[in-house]
Design a protein around this ligand. Structure first.
Ligand code: NAD
Ligand code: IPM
Ligand code: MN
Length: 358
């Protein structure tokens, strides 16, 4: 098989722990399916600030640009939290998304039946839930002008939220295309009762919807959506929304699956290239203890196989392996009902690797 280049940037906190397990999965799929991967590691985030003086070193960016896909762990931690903006790990994350043109962030919340007891919600509420959050990733308040100034009442801080029509159109099209491959229902989430950017968002989504008459479009205000996600999650299929709303709603959706440690993501642009990362962060509270859940990262590898490489057989094998291990009752602490029986990151990774077969 053709050799696929994967840039691996593990980052900080539990990033390296979960990435190590995902790399074992890559290796196992090479053995089982005959695919070939060439991985190269790059410094990114807090560790890159410490070693190179910047969260996104030029050579890491170059490494990503010449790769077919990027596998990312997580960045950030208390050590860098009071740094100025340019020396924050999170700034590197926003930079890499922008530089690579990854405007579309796909976050599927899939409920494994056997994990219904791991969620804080009642099992009957979760019944049939299978949704995808399509989050706009390179615009909005994350990327608008931000500054401090002296105001009439002392120091003021300003963050501006900007969206142009083109940015909204391309993410809307992606979401309609995805909805088309599923149950053909799309919920566009905004705050059009208050925000001008949301009014442009809604107008634009409505205009684009004319090209997708087969998809049923619903508009829902973000506050109501946050509530309905807990009240009737199974009524959602594809949710499309702006950058910050998508950030918040996807962490909320994670709890439907039992844990943020279960949620994978794909960040895409116009082509096949993609960056794959768990939705969770560097989890400083549990970093270094070997107890983090590697499943979100492992499932992100499955997304990479499906969306960038078209290796559907290997993607399915990974997802089947995860299900098999969970069905057999193995749990990391975050998804364990009986915490005394929880297993660690490496044990979970190895169980999954051993369950991967044709
Ligand atoms: P977080 O997602 O790191 O952690 C939230 C909670 O979930 C914590 O209690 C943590 O222990 C738990 N958790 C997260 N992932 C887990 C896993 N795989 N297994 C078990 N438990 C898990 O969010 P936070 O605490 O708000 O942020 C910590 C740092 O991570 C911050 O610096 C933040 O900026 C950064 N962050 C980075 C990314 C990213 O790199 N993509 C995403 C989110 C947050
Ligand atoms: C995420 C994270 C990032 C975001 C932070 C760390 C910049 O929360 O990937 O969801 O807000 O996009
Ligand atoms: Mn987030």
């Amino acid at each position: 098989a053709e050799v696929k280049k994967i840039a691996v940037i593990a980052g900080d906190g539990i990033g390296p722990e979960v990435i190590a397990e995902a790399e074992k999965v890559l290796k196992k799929t090479e053995e089982v399916f005959g695919y070939r991967f060439e991985t190269e590691h790059g410094l990114f985030g807090g560790i890159a600030i410490d070693e190179k003086g910047t969260p996104l070193p030029q050579e890491t960016l170059e490494l990503c640009k010449k790769a077919d896909a990027v596998l990312l762990g997580a960045v950030g931690g208390p050590k860098w939290d009071s740094n100025p903006k340019e020396l924050r790990p999170e700034t590197g994350l926003l930079g890499i998304r922008k530089e690579l043109g990854l405007f579309s962030n796909i976050r599927p919340a899939v409920i494994f039946d056997c994990l219904k007891d791991a969620s804080t919600l009642k099992p009957e509420v979760l019944e049939g839930t299978d949704l995808i959050v399509v989050r706009e990733l390179t615009g909005g308040i994350y990327f608008g002008e931000k500054f401090r100034r002296e105001g009439a009442h002392g120091e003021e801080a300003v963050d501006t939220c900007v969206y142009n029509v083109q940015e909204i159109e391309r993410i809307a099209r992606q979401a309609f295309e995805i909805a088309r491959t599923r149950s053909k229902r799309l919920a566009s989430v905004d705050k059009a009762n208050v925000l001008e950017t949301s009014r442009l968002w809604r107008e634009t989504v409505i205009r684009i919807s004319a090209d997708y008459p087969d998809v049923e479009l619903e508009h829902i205000l973000v506050d109501n959506c946050a509530m309905q996600l807990l009240r009737r999650p199974s009524s959602f299929d594809v949710i499309v929304t702006e950058n910050m709303f998508g950030d918040i709603l996807s962490d909320e959706a994670a709890m439907l699956t039992g844990s943020i440690g279960m949620l994978s993501s794909a960040s895409l642009g116009e082509g096949a290239f993609g960056l794959y990362e768990p939705v969770h962060g560097s989890a400083p509270d549990i970093a270094g203890q070997g107890i983090s859940n590697p499943i979100a990262t492992v499932l992100s590898v499955a997304l990479m196989f499906r969306l960038t490489f078209g290796y559907h057989d290997a993607a399915e094998a990974i997802e089947r392996a995860v299900k098999e291990v969970l069905d057999a009752g193995h749990r990391t602490g975050d998804i364990a009902v009986d915490k005394s029986k929880a297993i660690g990151t490496v044990a979970m990774g190895e169980l999954i690797v051993n369950a991967i077969r044709k």
